[in-house]
Design a protein around this ligand. Structure first.
Ligand code: ADP
Ligand code: MG
Length: 875
């Protein structure tokens, strides 16, 4: 076997340090991939796989991409879950002897993409770190395109479940776990469908995390970041930060601080609630259509859209802060013209936040500076329009300085590349102007040579042309080559032309090319000098970015409030909620205008639980969700779809949607339901709002009613949270008599000529029968089946009356007063009467005997019931 080329040895040496990445190796105008990397890349990117060194006896698979379009290929590889290492030439090939020195200059993973052209502008690109230890879950997340860095801790019960809620809110592209967390929890994380697109990375935890952070931020204590004594938050923050810093190979990052976010200041919305309510993401539609965000996001800038998302995921729990936002919104509702003018100006405001990121990551180009200039201009105009309103306090002086700097230096339409000149205006730098002069003179002189040679040779078609290989040359057609003088030096022969040079042509060429090269490097230098100056204004720019984003969201709130006829809700610390003529903000948009039926809702000290009955499709879910959405909108400072609303602060919203309405699969529905209900009853407080939508559906009617009853009782007695309980089991309406603060409501339907008309109006009182059969008819079931089920229903109802009489009106609440399924009970009775008990029945008897009901919580009792049932069913 032949010896390896020096280049291959260099490649292998570098690759050996990046075995987990696809290595893009810069060779001239290409980034090449070799061996296994080439095979993978050719598949993932659809490149042709070639090979190198075949003639030397060993073959190296090879695939390459042009350097100028490498970003799009990197984006594709990363999107497919690969880690990509970029290996560049780190010395000038001209000045080096032998092989050019190469180094990996950056490693890119899904959470650390810096090329913003390939990112969704309305979303942040977060990298998240998670560490779970005994009873603390710590998390930290970074967006390296904007420099945002936050951390938080979750303490207490259900850590994993609550972490899932946070992950869902933050929506990271990649999650880094320390070794222990990875080993213990990766399977747990991978189980969840909603996390399937996130890349999980294992990383080594650093020992002196606090020192590391203090060093990085150059502070004496982490107290100012709110992280004092937050040991786990500190550890996980150091973990993600170090991960990012390592991948950037020591390059500067736009991260200047970190802040601890306390979950106590925001409304808790767990993962189920976030998805059931379709706040930002839609369970069914990837596009996000049909979400609350979709209705509310009419923002003019991507910074505004990103901030709105954050608002929606973190509703405030501070009356004063909410009122402050409301005041800002009402200002723009009153000042219509001003609002429209500002929104118009916001249109011209680019993504300042990401431009700062680019400046610091050094991926900026001339166009970014022009975008910044334009944004500064529109911001200054907005400032003028607002006449010093504290809403938009910005550093005018600094902005004007920056504006002038860019205006003076950068041409209005710079090229994409900053290495090829054409970026800097004339008059900005005298050396540059001189070089341009030389270049221009040289070009003029070359034109003169062309004229001179035409005259001298008499060849009319003689032309001076330029290409990258030969530089300037004289081209003469074959027909005229006899006229070429002696002193012409032939360089190239084409099919019907000859190319020559002459002495003074080369002399001027040198001047021109020399000047061109020097222009390019001087321009690059001047450009970098300018961006270094602008970088100094990072804080002013970050402040501006936030102010623009906030203004965008606030004017958006005003805009949609007017457009959709929303009103300002009254927010207070109390426990009452009153919504008059409320609407579902999304559903009202999806049905013909004006067809949405408005409804009221009142919770006060006499009414905490609403039991809502009504046939399928009558509007129960819509009514409950609209209440939750109005509450959320009110807590972010927005106006709400209603005629009047008074909202006492709500600390948490929980939703549990019964089996057939939800998309979760796999786990036994009953167990899933129970564990979610367990979470609700464990975490809810008096200030919470709970939606229970047809729970108990995943099991038999009998079980369903028992569970529903027990849970409602528990919430009523022990928690006092505001709860709407929707059911189509009209049996549950009995709870009203039993529970002091529970009340029945139903959705009005009109039965007309054996047909149901949905009126969608919520009225007091329970439904007096279940409507399942009617709905079946609507769904097109044959008449025989319907008639038969009606007669069964009738019999069941008669039987129920008898049972009730026998019980003397006393009801075992846990079991409701549902008539058991006829046939089934019949057989069971027979089995118990006289006949030998089955093995399963014996077990159940024994277990029942051992149970001490006084010592069980209602939930434990339910789970026990389920267990017993399973034994009986032999599963
Ligand atoms: P349920 O939960 O009772 O089965 P839904 O809440 O899912 O019923 O409502 C079914 C459909 O009825 C909704 O998709 C919507 O189109 C319509 N709907 C619900 N409430 C209203 C209303 N207040 N006004 C107009 N249409 C409504
Ligand atoms: Mg429903």
């Amino acid at each position: 076997m032949m010896a390896e080329t020096p280049l291959m040895s260099q490649y292998k040496e570098i690759k050996s340090q990046y075995t987990d990445s696809i290595l893009l190796f810069r060779l001239g105008d290409f980034y090449e991939m070799f061996f296994e990397d080439a095979v993978i890349a050719s598949k993932e990117l659809g490149l042709t796989l070639t090979s190198r060194n075949r003639e030397k006896g060993y073959e190296v698979p090879l695939a390459g991409v042009p350097y100028h379009s490498v970003a799009s290929y990197i984006a594709k590889l990363v999107a497919k879950g690969h880690k990509v290492a970029i290996c560049d030439q780190v010395e000038d090939s001209k000045s080096s002897k032998g092989i050019v020195k190469r180094e990996v200059t950056r490693v890119i993973t899904p959470g650390t993409i810096i090329d913003t052209d390939f990112l969704d502008e309305k979303s942040n690109n977060y990298l998240m770190g998670i560490k779970i230890s005994d009873n603390i879950g710590a998390l930290a997340y970074i967006d390296i395109t904007t420099g945002e860095f936050k951390t938080s801790e979750i303490v207490g019960e259900d850590i994993l479940f609550r972490l899932l809620g946070e992950i869902n809110k933050i929506a990271p592209k990649e999650i880094v776990l320390d070794e222990k967390t990875y080993d213990n929890y990766i399977d747990e994380f991978k189980k969840h469908n909603s996390l399937s697109e996130i890349k999980f990375t294992k990383s080594v935890e650093r020992k002196k995390a606090e020192e590391y952070l203090k060093n990085y931020f150059n502070v004496i204590s982490l107290e100012s970041f709110g992280m004092k004594n937050r040991k786990e938050a500190i550890t996980v923050s150091a973990l993600v930060l170090e991960y990012v810093v390592d991948l950037q190979k020591g390059k500067e990052l736009p991260i200047t601080n970190i802040s601890y976010v306390s979950s106590e200041n925001v409304m808790e919305l767990n993962i189920t609630t976030q998805s059931n309510l379709d706040i930002v993401d839609n369970q069914r539609e990837k596009s996000g259509a049909g979400t609350l965000l979709w209705v509310m996001d009419n923002c003019m800038t991507s910074m505004g859209s990103r901030l709105l998302k954050k608002f929606l995921k973190n509703p405030l729990l501070d009356v004063e802060k909410i009122k402050a936002r409301q005041r800002d919104v009402s200002f723009f509702i009153e000042n219509v013209l001003l609002r429209e003018e500002i929104r118009e100006k916001l249109k011209d405001t680019y993504d300042i936040e990401r431009i700062i990121g680019k400046l610091i990551l050094e991926t900026e180009n001339g166009r970014d500076l022009i975008a910044l200039k334009t944004s500064i201009k529109s911001s200054l105009e907005i400032f003028k329009l607002l006449k010093g309103n504290p809403l938009f306090e910005i550093d005018v002086k600094a902005l004007v300085e920056m504006y002038n700097m860019i205006e003076k230096a950068i041409v209005d339409e710079p090229p994409f590349s900053v290495r090829e000149g054409g970026v800097i205006k004339s008059g900005y730098n005298s050396d540059l102007d001189e070089l341009h002069g030389i270049s221009k003179d040289g070009k003029d002189y070359i034109l003169e040579i062309e004229n001179r040679e035409r005259e001298r040779t008499g060849i009319k078609g003689l032309k001076i042309k330029y290409n990258k290989v030969f530089g300037y040359f004289i081209e003469v057609t074959k027909a005229n080559s006899a006229l070429v003088p002696e002193d012409y030096i032939r360089k190239q022969t084409l099919a019907n032309a000859e190319r020559y040079i002459v002495a003074d042509l080369k002399e001027y060429e040198e001047k021109v090319l020399n000047a061109k090269e020097r222009i390019e490097s001087l321009e690059y230098h001047l450009f970098k000098e300018l961006t270094a100056e602008i970088k100094k204004y990072r804080e002013e720019l970050q402040n501006l970015a936030y102010k623009v984003a906030y203004l965008d969201v606030i004017t958006d709130f005003a805009h949609i409030a007017v457009k959709n006829s929303y009103i300002q809700p009254e927010i207070n610390d109390g426990d009452e909620i009153e919504i008059i003529a409320g609407r579902h903000p999304v559903v009202e948009k999806l049905i013909p205008a004006g067809e949405f039926v408005k409804n009221n809702i009142v919770f006060d000290d006499k009414r905490e639980i609403i039991i809502l009955t009504g046939p399928n499709m009558s509007g129960k879910s819509t009514y409950m969700k609209q209440t939750a959405l109005i509450i959320i909108m009110a807590h972010i400072g927005s106006y709400v779809p209603a005629n009047y609303a008074k909202i006492g602060l709500v600390d948490k919203i929980f939703t549990r949607v019964g089996a057939s309405d939800d998309l979760l699969t796999g786990q036994s529905t009953f167990m899933l339901e129970m564990s979610e209900v367990a979470n609700i009853v464990n975490s809810a407080t008096k200030k919470s709002f709970i939606i229970l939508d047809e729970i108990g559906r995943g099991t038999s009617t009998f079980d369903g009613i028992s569970i529903a009853t027990a849970i409602t009782e528990y919430i009523h007695e022990k928690i006092g949270a505001k709860t709407i309980f929707a059911t189509h089991y009209h049996e549950l309406t009995q709870l009203e008599d039993k529970l002091e603060k529970a009340e029945n409501f139903r959705i009005e339907v009109k039965e007309d000529d054996k047909e149901i008309i949905f009126l969608r109006e919520i009225v007091k009182g329970g439904a007096d029968k279940s409507y399942g059969i009617e709905v079946a008819r609507l769904a097109g079931l044959p008449k025989e089946i319907l008639d038969r089920s009606k007669s069964i229903l009738k019999r069941l109802e008669e039987r129920k009356e008898i049972v009730e009489k026998n019980l003397g009106g006393e009801q075992l609440l846990l079991f409701g007063n549902m008539a058991p399924k006829e046939e089934e009970t019949q057989c069971k009775k027979e089995a118990l009467k006289g006949k030998e008990l089955t093995k399963e029945q014996k077990i159940v008897m024994r277990v029942l005997d051992e149970i001490e009901p006084d010592k069980l919580t209602p939930l434990e009792a339910l789970l026990k019931l389920n267990e017993l049932k399973k034994i009986l069913n032999g599963s």
